[in-house]
Write a protein that binds this ligand. Structure first.
Ligand code: NAD
Length: 347
């Protein structure tokens, strides 16, 4: 396939309108927006006009249009059905996280997309942040030494809102853990490798909606490293600095504000030279801190360009459905642990 990938969007009125269409699909050098659908026709009409797209009156009409790929940005309870319909229509699918509501949803989507020979990606766009790809590079170069500990934090203030899908597990699959913690878990698996077992607490500490507003998970990686993810709907936005801390036997990489939607944040690395001896004084040498200043990458543009390119080159997308399935398995293990009070194996 050559030329620009023609995109359709299902669920045009939320994150699609706020970020993915204006920053991603409209800016992509190898893609363009063709048609949009939203269950709310007025919103859909506005989005179509705003971005010069055709307006579909139904999912069937959108899938009948001349498009190559579909971006699904509806609440999680609709992902499985909409991925199914898109795959049956022969369209490649980039589905927002989480990949459906459950492990079974994700597995079914993967199987069907394979049967129909369409690509399936999961929109973990935070992997593309310049600081995150640089941290991965440093880790892969061995600059951190042996990975030992990682923390990823993403929290916000999210008070009760009538009908909000994130506040009911029947529509969102859970609360802060699956919604924001999913990104954190995905980033830590990208950076430190596979997570083998988890231990987790969830709670409704402040808000009394049905989904949890609080979650902290402890993760054990296959390589022996340990990690934590903390994610709350009940901490004021400005109080959560959304830190990413990566420690290894030769140093640390410490970031603030890089986990999120914008290309902001800062990152510093403290990397030791090889063969440093034991220092009984434990003297800290601040001068070893390396400020990692990089040209910003728009994560939405990067994710759309990467998925479009995978279609053009007929290869697997960089963030394929397997990442979405892994995420579902880890999150399911976390919820099981929170319920049982036990450590839970991921697979
Ligand atoms: N990666 C990111 O940066 C990011 C950020 C926010 C949300 N998300 C994900 O995107 C998805 C949507 O979240 P959101 O914040 O945009 O939600 P939202 O509620 O703000 O927007 C969802 C949109 O989908 C529409 N919709 C609902 N049901 C529909 C249906 N059956 N068919 C068609 N349209 C339907 C709604 O009318 C609304 O316009 C979720 O999976 C969420 O986890 C990702």
């Amino acid at each position: 396939m050559s030329g620009k990938i023609k995109w359709g969007v299902i669920g045009s009125g939320g994150i699609a309108r706020r970020r993915t269409i204006p920053e991603g699909i409209s800016k992509a050098r190898n893609g363009k927006l063709s048609v949009v659908f939203d269950i709310d026709p007025q919103v859909n009409s506005e989005v179509a006009k705003e971005f010069g797209a055709e307006e579909a009156g139904s999912i069937e009409a959108l899938l009948d249009a001349d498009i190559d790929a579909v971006y699904i940005a509806t609440p999680p309870c609709h992902h499985a059905n909409q991925v199914r319909a898109s795959a049956k229509a022969g369209k490649h699918v980039l589905c927002e996280k989480p990949l459906g509501m459950t492990v079974a949803d994700a597995e079914e989507m993967i199987e069907l997309c394979q049967q129909k020979s369409v690509k399936l990606g999961c929109a973990f766009m935070m992997r593309f942040a310049a600081q995150h790809t640089e941290a991965l590079k440093l880790i892969n170069q061995g600059r951190l030494g042996r990975p030992t500990y990682a923390r990823a934090q993403l929290s916000c203030w999210y008070p009760p809102i009538e009908g909000a899908w994130r506040q009911d597990p029947d529509t969102g699959g859970g609360g802060s853990l699956i919604d924001m913690g999913g990104h954190c878990i995905d980033l830590l698996e990208m950076l430190f490798g596979r997570i083998s077992r988890v231990s987790c607490f969830i709670n409704n500490t402040v808000h009394d909606y049905k989904s949890e507003d609080s979650a902290a998970a402890m993760l054990f990686f296959e390589n022996g490293a340990i990690g934590t993810v903390d994610t709350f709907f009940c901490i004021p936005d400005n109080s959560s600095k959304n830190v990413l801390e990566l420690y290894g036997s030769r140093g640390s990489i410490l970031a603030k504000g890089t986990i999120g939607q914008g290309p902001s944040g800062e990152m510093v690395a403290f990397l030791e030279r090889e063969g440093k001896a034991y220092d009984a004084q434990q003297a800290r040498d601040e001068s070893e801190g390396l400020v990692i200043a990089l040209a910003a990458v728009n994560t939405y543009q990067a994710e759309i360009e990467e998925f479009s390119q995978a279609i053009i080159e007929d290869r697997e997308p960089l963030i394929g459905a397997e990442a979405g399935l892994r995420n579902q398995k880890i999150i399911a293990a976390c919820y099981e642990s929170a319920k049982s009070g036990q450590v839970v194996e991921v697979d």
